[in-house]
Design a protein around this ligand. Sequence first.
Ligand SMILES: [Zn+2]
Length: 195
Amino acid sequence: MSDDRQVLLDALKFHGHRCWASVAGVRAGLAALRDLGVQRSGGRQLHAFVEIGEDHGGICFGDGVQYATGCTLGKGNIEVLDEGLAQATFSAGGRVLTISLKDEVRLKKVLDNSARARSFYYDALKGMDLEYIPSEANFVLIRVGNKAEEITRKLFDRKVLVRFMGSYGFPDCIRISFGTPAENRRCIEELKKLI
Ligand SMILES: [Zn+2]
């Protein structure tokens, strides 16, 4: 078995489950070691900045990078930026290298995020006894009754952006576009106060 494969298997054991994002993190980390010509770090010659976003995939990506490179929170040679898509920047010996996911992986990540947002909203709306119109789209259409326009305005005042669907022929509906998990949670929290 190649060393890389062994690192990958060990990383998955460390991570606790097998997922695409931790594998991507391991691959990014191994590629960085090779390109920058450094060893898996027991010291601080290598420094990593990982943009993980706040969803599951991003955090898994960060685990993969940590395991593969040996840059760990404990050693203080990894910094985690809570934004962006899974992407990592490495520095060693005055050189800097950024490794991003390929477009198709990014696309998968976006789709995964939509699927999670969709089930989050559907569950929350069921709990609130609100009717919604299921779709594969990147938003959810919710029947909130004759206060739809007012609710849209009040949400706007609370800096939550939804669209009143009156001009689309749904005067009792609002449309919520999927955001980050935090944005989705906040949107439901604010909506609960108005229903
Ligand atoms: Zn994972």
